[in-house]
Design a protein around this ligand. Structure first.
Ligand code: PLP
Length: 362
């Protein structure tokens, strides 16, 4: 009799989720008043004005199911970003929408192409759907090699992920290379452009995919309210796609997964564009300061267009992160490869830079 498993044996090859260090626990352990978390690419300035009030009001109705059509929010997004509402779908974070896209586009054995290293959720999402990951090595400066990615597309490819700017390296692909790539990928393959960090982009050569490629039937643009808009804890993201693609996503989405509190909070947050921009500008100024400082400590730190920096420390990555942690600063290590450090407040960044300097000199 063949040995049977309760769950799919192929999942054994996937990394188990390792939660980040809790700052309160770390502070207690180190005997510090507080620890600093620069590990999840959040913006450090709290919810945008009006969001807490919107959440409080929405909380009085949580015995009711949310609006499954997410009508008010989708209409607001459609108007704000100049896309037809039929092209907008929302989800429980843009990571869930990536999952739904892969589920909607692939059958087991189909290929999903992405750069590596990129967002750590991509391999997990592909494997979860039974799709085959085709990882195209990053270029020498930790960015996407789009020509190699286009060349990796085969008849079995159903979806290509472009993370722009890229998590965890912060690098961004520019208009000329992305134009060429979008033309090279066959029209029956979905190109998913993950713009979770779009609001932090300051390089005018890095295109807004919604504006530039949004009318292409095989392009999907992913956005999130978790980062610049400050709603990471509520889990809400959205995509713009051809109406039939958005419709397919809405078919496979977990019912009601854009919850009512998140819908209300997103509407309130999107009403605060000026304040969002002001905060993003603070982050960008700090990003440029931190980038310059880390470049003096670690050779090869790539340019960043996001709200984090990448330290290509290779075998030193895990030790560096552990040393920062001992100094009360939590950063995100990718063992054997590098360390991603989120830009925080000026004080938090100073604490990180001091920790980094002593870690690297130790
Ligand atoms: C590249 C990228 N895409 C998507 C996400 C997911 O964002 P959300 O919180 O909307 O699921 C993240 C979050 O870290 C990310 O880095």
């Amino acid at each position: 009799m063949s040995e049977r498993h309760l769950t799919r044996p192929d999942l054994d090859a996937l990394p188990s989720y390792v939660p980040g260090r809790n700052p309160s626990d770390l502070a207690r352990e180190l005997g510090l008043p507080e620890a600093i978390k620069l590990a999840s690419n959040e913006v450090p300035y709290g919810p945008l004005p009006g969001v807490t009030e919107a959440i409080t009001t929405a909380a009085t109705q949580v015995h009711r199911y949310p609006d499954m059509g997410v009508v008010a929010l989708r209409e607001l997004i459609a108007e704000r970003y100049g896309v037809d509402v039929s092209r907008v779908a929302t989800g429980c974070g843009s990571v869930a929408l990536t999952e739904h896209l892969v589920k909607a586009a692939t059958l087991p054995g189909d290929e999903v192409v992405y750069s590596w290293r990129s967002f750590e959720a991509y391999p997990i999402i592909a494997a979860g759907a039974g799709a085959v990951s085709v990882r195209v090595p990053s270029n020498a400066v930790h960015g996407h090699d789009l020509d190699a990615m286009a060349a990796a597309v085969t008849d079995a490819t159903r979806l290509v992920l472009v993370c722009n700017p890229n998590n965890p390296t912060g690098t961004a692909v520019r208009r000329v290379e992305l134009d060429r790539f979008v033309d090279l990928v066959p029209p029956d393959v979905l190109i998913v452009i993950d713009e979770a960090y779009r609001e932090f982009v300051t390089d005018a050569e890095v295109p807004d995919a919604l504006l530039r490629y949004g009318d292409r039937p095989n392009v999907v643009v992913l956005r999130t309210l978790s980062k610049a808009w400050g709603l990471a804890g509520l889990r809400i993201g959205w995509l713009a796609a051809a109406p039939e693609v958005a419709d397919a996503v809405r078919k496979v989405v977990t019912p009601f997964s854009t919850n009512s509190v998140a819908q209300a909070a997103a509407i309130a947050a999107l009403g605060e564009t000026d304040e969002m921009r002001r905060r993003v500008d603070l982050v960008v100024a700090e990003r440029d300061r931190v980038h310059k400082a880390v470049l003096a400590l670690v050779p090869g730190v790539p340019e960043t267009q996001s709200n984090f920096v990448w330290l290509p420390l290779r075998d030193g990555a895990a030790g560096f992160a552990a040393a920062c942690e001992q100094r009360g600063v939590i950063v995100r290590a990718f063992a054997g490869d590098g360390v991603r450090v989120t830009i925080g407040t000026p004080e938090e960044n100073d604490a990180f830079l001091a920790a980094a300097e002593s870690a690297l000199k130790a």
